[in-house]
Design a protein around this ligand. Structure first.
Ligand SMILES: *Cc1c(COP(=O)(O)O)cnc(C)c1O
Length: 385
């Protein structure tokens, strides 16, 4: 059947019809008063979403663009950067830092695990001369489904005197991220994840402490330049021609989010992710991130049952139900499959996904009690209503 695709990958994610329709209008002039009024509202709402008093910049780029927009405005060649790596996206920070000529140190854990605050403390304690200027972190590591305790980690980084640069691409608009209260110095996100928008925009906010480091940056990026973006935000405009249609759609998406409220958005993601985890366990499958406290609520990584391949699971999902789930990345390819509960996702979607998962497994001859996953998910949804 046409037009029934359900994206359960961790971005792009489903987009509400009102957001799609907002995007379908004729582009308006990006220097018009009409567009300025939209930007003014959007910039204010982004501060609300980022839980910050800092400006939030909008970049016409995917999430990686905002990551580059962070480090390219902070790093001078020869600077020391510590990258905390719990998966692919954490490694991306290290690669970007290296591309700017930084000396990169790594604090790495086994895939599926999270950074232990004590390990970070010990690592920073070795840096007795306080040479480490920047510490990069991933909040929700989309490649594994693990979630770092950003609040505690940022506190440790602050005590050391470095600045924290945090990837919130699959956490902002899905999981609680208190930029100011937790002392996050730079926070980035992207439109095709929790924002209920298509790909194309990314976001960055920087603290006063981060601005001090920016002021020491000898060769800041031109396109992503913080100073140019700050000036633009303060004038309710953008430095360069933005994707106006996406920003008009962003206004609609933010209005939907405001109606739901931050606490409800976070609670919904938690509820759906935990419901999925309970269903997976009830079916006798293993979760790649075993402890709920370490789990992202945006994305859940699942190990296939023995004898059943990830490609077969994914292709059956697609062929029989037009549901798209993700494979593992790099070394986790064909080892796990990943199901997103990110953005515009509801109880109905979870029940659809879990019952479809059961049907997929049944077809592939996995033996389990039919309905056990749906029962677990449903009971969780009722219990947390
Ligand atoms: C999607 C994603 C990114 C950015 O990827 P792009 O393809 O550049 O949008 C960065 N970090 C995480 C954790 C992500 O999930």
């Amino acid at each position: 059947m046409q037009d029934k695709t359900f994206l359960m990958i961790p971005g792009p994610t489903p987009v509400p019809e009102s957001v799609l329709l907002a995007m379908a209008k004729h582009p308006i002039g990006h220097r018009s008063t009409e567009f300025s009024a939209i930007l003014k509202e959007v910039y204010a709402d982004l501060k609300w979403l980022f839980q910050t008093k800092n400006h939030v910049f909008i970049y016409a780029a995917s999430g990686t663009g905002a990551m580059e927009g962070a480090l390219s405005n902070l790093v001078n060649a020869g600077d020391k950067v510590l990258s905390c790596i719990i998966g692919n996206f954490g490694a991306r920070w290290a690669n970007i830092a290296q591309s700017r000529g930084a000396i990169v140190e790594k604090l790495e854990v086994e895939l599926g695990q999270v950074i232990n605050p004590e390990d970070l403390k010990a690592k920073l304690a070795q840096d007795t001369n306080h040479e480490i200027k920047i510490v990069t972190l991933t909040h929700s590591e989309t490649s594994t489904g693990a979630k770092n305790d950003v609040k505690t980690l940022c506190q440790i980084i602050k005590e050391h005197g470095a600045i924290s640069v945090v990837d919130g691409v699959t956490s902002v608009a899905a999981m609680d991220v208190k930029m100011d209260e937790w002392g996050i110095d730079v926070l980035v996100s992207g439109s095709q994840k929790g924002f209920m928008l298509p790909p194309g925009l990314s976001f960055l906010a920087a603290s006063e402490r981060a601005w001090k480091v920016f002021e020491q940056c000898k060769y800041p990026s031109f396109y992503f330049d913080w100073a140019a973006h700050k000036k633009a935000v303060e004038g309710d405009t953008t430095p360069w021609t933005p994707p106006v249609n996406l920003i008009v759609a962003l206004q609609t998406a933010l209005n939907i989010m405001k109606k739901e409220g931050l606490e409800n958005i976070y609670a919904r993601h938690e509820r759906l992710a935990i419901g999925l985890r309970k269903a997976v366990r009830a079916l006798g499958l293993k979760l790649f991130v075993e402890k709920d406290e370490n789990a992202s609520f945006s994305i859940t990584s699942i190990l296939p049952p023995e004898g059943i391949s990830v490609p077969d699971i994914r292709s059956t999902f697609k062929k029989d139900f037009d549901i798209v789930v993700a494979n593992g990345q790099k070394s986790l390819k064909d080892k796990i499959f990943r199901m997103g509960t990110l953005g515009y996702v509801s109880d109905r979607d979870l029940l659809t996904a879990v019952s479809s998962l059961e049907a997929v497994l049944k077809k592939l001859n996995y033996k389990f009690e039919t309905g056990a996953g749906v029962k677990a998910a449903m009971e969780h949804l009722f219990a947390t209503k």
